[in-house]
Design a protein around this ligand. Structure first.
Ligand code: SF4
Length: 363
């Protein structure tokens, strides 16, 4: 009897244990009850998994750990390559359980690092300014794999500097987070649960192209910062950068974002890629002012990061400054994102795991 590759993969997947890092607090409570363990062990167990392994050895019995080991998979993604840029940005190439790889980037930012997490292997959105988009979508990551990326980066950081604060998170790596909405939502619940990863809502930012079918789901998420890839106030130009936006009209996307409850001093971030001779004219300044002037908006200007084969050009810093000043004149809140990690193709839009990227990054 011959088995198809798909069937073999399905059989192997069904044999895999559930990742320990995909469990919510409620799941843990139920599992401990199932194991006949005292509920008092919960805090020690979760502290040991998410903060200090020493707590596990000291306070959780080897018998219970063995029992849990039969029910759950505690392995984290394997680091297969690691590169550090002169500015301190570290890019990890991580191998997942089925051999596919993703990239995770640790970025120094003032006193605290930020981890840029991937949510899919590849991406189906095909944005023309993004290296990942040229790869196509291979599969969604599970919540356990998303949390696993974070723990891998955090443990690496704290092994180097035990006093380092737990890094913040941006969902800006490979993939469109809302195209994998259920797993991303579960990961965010794990990240923000005080008993689990315990990050504050201001420490998480989810960036989307405006994936309209699942955008309303954001209203039911734990509070996080939300960023929209805007890149042009004009639909037709936006389509050249984000081809899928022809199915997600900007007016409908903005209407959805307007309905998100915001905390005081919280804004929706509108990411604006700056591309020379494309979206940096006075017409664009006027268009942005009209679109965002009456909204709780922060415009985040991102000078385009070139990658091999890209058709767009990066503007000079003078051009960036002039565009920024024109927006400020229109009373918009504006910040310019400093490019980090471009030397190792770890900057925004540059992530793609393949041979070409590795060769480029090491030259
Ligand atoms: S920018 Fe984001 S959504 Fe667009 S192709 Fe790249 S990873 Fe996907």
């Amino acid at each position: 009897m011959f088995l198809t590759i798909q069937l073999v993969k399905a059989i192997l997947a069904s044999m895999r244990l559930r990742s320990a890092y995909s469990l919510s607090q409620v799941d843990w409570i139920a599992l401990l009850a199932e194991c006949g363990a005292s509920p008092f062990v919960l805090s020690f167990l979760l502290d040991g998994i998410y903060r200090s392994e020493a707590v596990l050895t000291k306070h959780v019995s080897p018998g219970l750990m063995a029992q849990l080991g039969n029910l759950l998979d505690f392995t984290l993604p394997t680091v297969t390559a690691q590169q550090e840029a002169p500015d301190g940005t570290v890019k990890f190439q991580l191998r997942l359980i089925d051999g596919l790889e993703v990239e995770t980037v640790l970025i120094p930012f003032h006193k605290r690092f930020t981890v840029c997490l991937s949510t899919q292997v590849g991406c189906g959105m095909n944005c023309s300014f993004c290296y990942t988009g040229t790869q196509g979508l291979k599969r969604n990551l599970t919540s356990g794999e998303i949390v696993g990326q974070y723990l891998t980066a955090k443990r690496w950081l704290q092994a180097r500097d035990p006093r380092a604060l737990a890094p913040s998170i941006v969902f800006m790596g490979q993939g469109e987070p809302l195209h994998n909405v259920a797993e991303v939502e579960q990961a965010i619940r794990i990240f923000t649960d005080p008993k689990l990863v315990d990050l504050g809502h201001r420490q998480l930012t989810l960036s989307t192209v405006g994936h309209l079918p699942t955008l309303p789901r954001l209203r039911g998420f734990p509070k996080v910062n939300v960023a929209l890839s805007l890149h042009s106030p004009f639909e037709e130009e936006r389509r050249q950068l984000i081809p899928v936006s022809d199915r997600f009209p900007l007016a409908a996307v903005l209407q959805e974002l307007d309905q998100l409850p915001l905390l005081p001093r919280q804004f929706i971030t509108y990411e604006y890629l700056l591309i020379r001779d494309f979206n940096m004219s006075l017409r664009h300044v006027e268009g942005l002012a009209e679109l965002l002037g009456h909204r709780k908006a922060l415009v985040n200007l991102i000078p385009f990061n070139p990658f091999p084969g890209a058709r767009w050009q990066r503007p000079s810093m003078d051009e960036v400054d002039a565009f920024r000043a024109a927006l400020v004149e229109k009373k918009l809140r504006v910040m310019v994102r400093t490019t980090k990690g471009s030397e190792i193709l770890a900057a925004c839009g540059q992530l793609k795991v393949n041979k070409l990227a590795r060769e480029h990054a090491t030259t």
